[in-house]
Design a protein around this ligand. Structure first.
Ligand code: SF4
Ligand code: SF4
Length: 114
């Protein structure tokens, strides 16, 4: 069975038998599946009312891209040259989903000073 077929088979299993997302070690391990990608700015400039801002410590980042995948605003991108993630603060609403799902705990939610 090809790797791609194996991934589809995992998705077709009963919900209880499917492996949990948290058991995978990176974005690349996830099985294929339909995903609705958020569009940056579709709800306006959502960064204006942020109370906390996510700050990434690249020293600890393992480039798994879970933060990129989970961000509900689509504000996290990957720098083609460095491979590190970048956050567009014009649209980041400070929800902390990225920080919660970072397996290396390298995203700190810092209080905004403005
Ligand atoms: S806090 Fe993180 S997950 Fe939430 S909008 Fe900002 S970058 Fe996206
Ligand atoms: S910041 Fe965390 S979740 Fe995002 S790529 Fe780096 S290690 Fe992964």
């Amino acid at each position: 069975m090809t790797e791609e077929k194996k991934n589809w088979e995992l998705l077709r299993m009963n919900r209880e038998k499917r492996p949990k997302v948290q058991n995978w070690t990176s974005y690349w391990d996830l099985p294929y599946g339909p995903v609705s990608l958020p569009v940056k700015g579709s709800a306006g400039r959502t960064g204006d009312w942020r109370t906390f801002r996510p700050v990434v410590d690249n020293e600890k980042c393992i480039k798994c891209y879970f933060c990129y995948m989970y961000c509900p605003e689509g504000t996290i991108s990957v720098n083609d040259e460095t491979g590190f993630v970048e956050i567009d603060y014009n649209y980041c609403k400070g929800c902390g989903v990225c920080a919660t799902n970072c397996p290396k705990e390298c995203i700190d939610m810092e209080k905004e000073n403005k």
